[in-house]
Design a protein. Structure first.
Length: 113
């Protein structure tokens, strides 16, 4: 919805786990690569002057650090939207993995609130 209203590019690592038929296929072995690709594409769009929305699951600050650095390097405004509440698991992530993510979830530093 934000992208539709603003014309921003939407990126998320999950986009790079979609097969040729358009079906989502999670492969944990590809996580590092798909996140790196998401970061690379974000940087390229920002370099081209395009607004970008990244919707990944960031449970720890280090997971978003590359994007924080990009926003600073490109001198673009940064807005972080935190989701609170219960949301449906659309990718079949096992409950124990979701619980582990919840337990390690870090609060955003005040400067990003």
């Amino acid at each position: 919805m934000i992208c539709e209203k603003t014309g921003a590019i939407h990126l998320e690592a999950d986009q790079f786990m979609v097969d040729r038929n358009g079906d989502y296929r999670f492969d944990g072995r590809k996580l590092r690569d798909v996140h790196a690709r998401c970061e690379t594409e974000c940087d390229a769009y920002l370099s081209a002057g395009q607004a970008v929305v990244v919707s990944n699951t960031f449970s720890e600050i280090w997971e978003m650090q590359a994007y924080l650095d990009m926003a600073e390097r490109h001198d673009v405004p940064l807005q972080i939207i935190e989701c609170h509440g219960q949301f449906r698991n659309i990718h079949g992530v096992p409950d124990d993995k979701i619980d582990a993510m919840r337990k390690r979830c870090q609060q955003l530093p005040d400067r990003y609130r």
